[in-house]
Design a binder for this molecule. Structure first.
Ligand code: ATR
Length: 265
């Protein structure tokens, strides 16, 4: 039996165990997915320990995504993002990946969104970094808007072809944009949105990284003007799907994993 897992602190409410185990069950893979909660300063040591214990793969969440970089050989995209959320122990050395970036790309693709033209990424924290690099890698022109404009500028300096802005630029940026991704935590309060409703239009595809609540104010506003809407559970699903496929080498049973994930939300 293979053991996969998640390290984070806290990890109590993670939906990754039921999502991955639904995938193993659907494909008849003999594996378990367990959660580990090491102390906040022991991320790299925990990865080392998992490697020695024969764990096959680990997902990594807050607060360890940066620290574990020291314990793995990061893939080029993870290296540029500066964060690892998936570790594969099957090779000589543990390999680190960032499937958050690909998760956003695959969530949009699943909904028929073509990834060309311009994407506006709202937020310049960990999620914003991953999504900005992911969409730029797909060839999109990326505009980053953040409450603290200097952080958007600093991120834009690293992402090829990107520019940084304050939130006051959103209406202008969105008038010609194709894709909008909210990577701030605004929206967890169900009446709050980081984007004025008047700035939205029907030619946009809008992905909200917030998945609790599943239907955020931003997605409601976007749906009301006829935009394509993609909720945060799709991004959570596809970061897991991408990890599952790296670890098992199989095409993930996306429907089974999606059903298990949504049942837990
Ligand atoms: P994550 O890892 O989820 O991206 P983070 O790194 O803490 O979390 O980043 C949070 C993001 O949400 C930041 O872009 C933050 O903006 P600042 O850089 O200006 O702090 C944004 N954010 C949080 N609360 C916000 C609010 N009330 N209004 C606008 N943006 C907010």
């Amino acid at each position: 039996m293979e053991v996969y897992g998640l390290i984070g602190n806290p990890v109590g409410h993670s939906l990754s165990p039921p999502m991955h185990e639904a995938g193993y069950e659907a494909l008849g893979i003999d594996a378990k997915y367990v959660t580990f909660e090491p102390p906040a300063d022991e991320g790299a040591a925990a990865v080392d320990a998992a490697d020695r214990l024969g764990v096959a793969g680990l997902n990594v969440t807050i607060p360890f995504k940066q620290d574990v970089m020291d314990a793995v050989e990061p893939a080029p995209l993870a290296e540029r993002i500066g964060a690892v959320n998936t570790i594969d122990f099957s090779g000589e050395v543990p390999r680190g990946y960032n499937t958050d970036a690909v998760g956003a790309v695959r969530a949009l693709s699943h909904h028929g969104v073509t990834l060309d033209g311009t994407a506006v990424v709202v937020g310049a924290g960990g999620a914003g970094r991953a999504v900005a690099f992911g969409l730029a890698d797909e060839g999109m022109a990326v505009e980053i808007a953040n409450r603290t404009a200097s952080k958007a500028d600093a991120l834009a300096d690293e992402v090829p072809g990107a520019s940084g802005h304050g939130l006051d630029a959103l209406a202008d940026l969105l008038s010609t944009a194709d894709v909008l991704v909210n990577c701030t935590s605004v929206g967890m309060d169900e009446d709050a949105t980081p984007v004025p409703a008047e700035a939205l239009h029907g030619d946009l595809a809008v992905l909200d990284a917030v998945y609790s609540p599943i239907e955020t104010r931003l997605l409601r506003d976007a749906g009301a003007v006829g935009a394509t809407t993609v909720d945060g559970a799709w991004m959570l699903l596809y970061q897991g799907v991408e990890a599952f496929e790296r670890w098992t080498g199989e095409d993930a049973p996306v429907d089974a994993m999606n059903e298990a994930l949504r049942a837990g939300l």
